[in-house]
Write a protein that binds this ligand. Structure first.
Ligand code: HSE
Length: 305
């Protein structure tokens, strides 16, 4: 009647796939404990590691759980404890880990009435509360693992793609908070045909690269001329960090989700470590505090631990 789960961090967008592409990380994530209760409804009883609202309707996990419970009949209520390791506003899917974690955990306790793909729709309600927009590019990889492509939002159509086995991500998080809603407010609502052609060429190339394990093609496709130029000015040292990653063997580099974290993908852990060291030196020289992660892509996604 009680379960503990690992709620992985995620990288959304991956340069060429704004709002549609994401990957699941192995070494960064939160934990949650969810238990059945005789009292109906959903209560967030504890949050450790972050200053977030406990009221169910104001908490992303609470909202996602309520959206799910509207679609299933059951006799119980649920209590949720959240142990945050992923900082809010870091760009690696902090709200998604909680939203997706709540629906995944409750689904397990109910005997799995929903598939992982079906849970994405409920978890998106948490994202809507957090950022004003119900994007799925963090909650889908958190739930399904690997890479996910949101082929369509209406109707929701999500495709999971297994990661090439030697693909690693290095993520550096300058210790500032950037709200997704603020990072979305700087975006333009229209895209030129010329930029759209570049972007869908790269998105197609990236997906082809994943399926054929063509690391060079993955790297060539990691490019974004629509969102990155508008958002990168909000991130200290972005251009230098990206250039440093590329000079040290990264296949590509860009903004993780809505930032401020910056990611680089590479083939093999040794290169990922070299990139981590070089990126760290950039922020050391700028006297900027940061956190750094190296992770393989997590093909399993959310799991009971
Ligand atoms: N696709 C979303 C955005 C991800 O970039 O705004 C937010 O984490």
């Amino acid at each position: 009647n009680t379960i503990k789960i690992f709620c992985p961090a995620t990288i959304a967008n991956l340069s060429c796939g704004f709002d549609v592409l994401g990957l699941c990380l192995e070494t960064a994530g939160d934990e949650m404990i969810i238990r059945k209760s005789d009292v109906k409804g959903v209560r967030i009883i504890k949050i450790v590691g972050a200053d977030l609202p406990l009221e169910t309707e104001k908490n992303v996990a609470g909202v996602a759980a309520l959206a799910m419970l509207e679609n299933v009949t059951n006799e119980f209520g649920f209590e949720i404890e959240i142990y945050k390791n992923i900082k809010a506003g870091s760009g690696i899917g902090s709200s998604a880990a909680s939203s997706a974690g709540a629906v995944f955990g409750i689904n397990e306790l109910l005997g799995r009435p929903f598939t992982r793909k079906e849970l994405v729709l409920f978890a998106m309600q948490g994202e809507k509360l957090a950022s004003g927009n119900a994007h799925a590019d963090n909650v889908a990889p958190a739930l399904l693992g690997g890479f996910t492509l949101v082929r369509s939002y209406d109707p929701l159509d999500i495709i999971k793609i297994k990661s090439p086995s030697e693909l690693y991500a290095t993520i550096i998080h300058p210790q500032i908070e950037l709200k997704t809603s603020d990072a979305r407010s700087v975006l333009k609502q229209n895209v030129s045909l010329k930029s759209a052609i570049v972007q869908w060429g790269n998105l197609g190339g990236f997906i082809a690269g994943l399926y054929t394990q063509d690391y060079d093609l993955i790297g060539r496709s990691l490019h974004d001329e629509i969102v990155e130029p508008l958002r990168s000015v909000l991130i200290p040292g972005f251009d230098l960090i990206k250039q440093t990653a590329l000079e040290n063997g990264a296949l590509g580099s860009g903004i993780s989700g809505s930032g401020p974290s910056i990611f680089a993908l590479s083939k093999g852990v040794a290169t990922a470590e070299i990139i981590a060291k070089a990126m760290s030196e950039v922020y050391n020289n700028m006297n900027l505090p940061y956190e750094i992660h190296i992770s393989r892509v997590n093909d399993e996604g959310m799991k009971v631990i």
